[in-house]
Ligand binder design. Structure first.
Ligand code: PLP
Length: 380
């Protein structure tokens, strides 16, 4: 069979090797402390589940308008307005997960040979999506700056030019948990405006921050017409399996991307969209509780690592942190899994060799157990 170049040029996810090994060990009966997962360990808030069931019972089981039900797009526009973005329901497309939003946005904006800038370490799927669209990648490494963007602005300035087409910014970041400062985002704005660059702001972890209230990139002066804001329900409302996300941007972008959306997924699942309205409007307490739990766990892990003599950059959001490990990190992660039965993801999967990404979407007891095992097995 002949396979299309656009697919063969994409590598399978580098995280697969670790999860395959973890599953193998678990099948053999091993108790694996899994710190590799990218999803909250909380149930979806009960009222959201009830809203989904009620919508199903009420017969909301057919197709919806392609861009999403009006009520949800209105609720999303209200959320975005609260973040300082001047969007109405006509500026929003609802998708099955934020991943589909990012896919549709890259397919809509990136042509063969277009130049796309990524801030490393970066979430694994950006690279694949850009390659699928035929774009070429330019990367700026934030690792030398403890994953902060502000000190890397000069590096960014050195790679952004008039031939740059797109910049992807993910704050709070997966995998680092970094939340970019206002000064950093303003620096990004200045470069984007000077070189007429379109920016994708992936704000899927925007509700999960600790010491800071993050600024939405599209809310900065000069950014409204050049920013596509992507968000979703998986992380903030613990709804990974529901598959619900969205993107918002200028109306002409919505018109163009809407064609791709309607000819591919048609629409997001009807009753799930109704549950999404409930999530946006009535879950403040549940979200606060989850965020408080994540913050406690982050603090616990930082303490445990400090006790073990390891200095870890403090994340301000999401539920990940980057642990400096012996190189090569892929071997460190495989060894930690085989010898200590602790699963982590090699930093090189995200463009940050020399680190392992830890997710603290796990109970405090499991986090203590995981660090203890790493210390006992000589990995820390
Ligand atoms: N963006 C980032 C940075 C992520 O980490 C993820 C999920 O891991 C997504 C987007 C996609 O999330 P979903 O498709 O579940 O909404």
């Amino acid at each position: 069979m002949h396979y299309a170049d656009r697919v063969t040029r994409v590598e399978p996810s580098a995280t697969l090797a670790i999860s395959a090994l973890a599953s193998e060990l678990e099948a053999e009966g091993a108790d694996v402390v899994d710190l590799s997962v990218g999803e909250p360990d909380f149930p979806t808030p009960e009222n959201v589940v009830e809203a989904g069931k009620a919508a199903m019972d009420a017969g909301h089981t057919g197709y919806t308008t392609s861009n999403g039900i009006q009520k949800l797009r209105e609720a999303i526009a209200a959320k975005l307005r609260a973040d300082g973005l001047d969007h109405g329901p006509e500026n929003v497309i609802v998708t099955p997960g934020a991943k589909q939003s990012l896919y549709e946005v890259t397919q809509t904006l990136v042509d063969e040979g277009d130049e796309v800038v990524l801030l490393d370490p970066a979430w694994v799927s950006y690279e694949a999506m850009v390659k699928l669209a035929g774009g070429s990648l330019v990367r700026v490494d934030l690792s030398p700056y403890d994953f902060r963007l502000e000190p890397a602005l000069t590096d960014l300035e050195n790679v952004i030019s008039d031939s740059t087409d797109l910049l992807i910014v993910n704050s709070p970041s997966n995998p680092t948990g970094a939340v970019y400062s206002d000064a950093a985002l303003e620096g990004v704005r200045d470069l984007a405006v000077d070189h007429d660059v379109t920016v994708v702001a992936d704000e899927i972890y925007g509700e999960i921050t600790y010491d800071t209230d993050p600024t939405s990139l599209g809310s900065l002066d000069g950014m409204a017409d050049r920013t596509i804001t992507v968000n979703g329900f998986s992380k903030a409302y613990s709804m990974t399996g529901w598959r619900l996300g969205y993107f918002a941007g200028p109306e002409d972008l919505i018109d163009q991307a809407g064609k791709l959306h309607s000819h591919s997924v048609s629409c997001a699942t009807n009753f799930v969209q109704h549950a999404g309205v409930e999530a946006l409007e009535h879950t403040d307490d549940a979200v606060d509780q989850m965020v408080d739990a994540f913050e406690d766990r982050r603090d616990l892990l930082l303490d445990l690592f400090a006790d073990a003599g390891v200095d870890v950059p403090t994340p301000d959001g999401a539920f990940y942190m980057m642990l400096p490990v012996e190189s090569p990190d892929t071997e460190w992660c495989e060894g930690a899994l085989e010898d200590a039965h602790v699963a982590t993801v090699p930093g090189s999967a995200f463009g940050a060799p020399g680190y392992a990404r830890l997710s603290y979407a796990a109970s405090e007891e499991r986090l203590r157990e995981g660090v203890e095992r790493l210390v006992d097995a000589g990995y820390l």
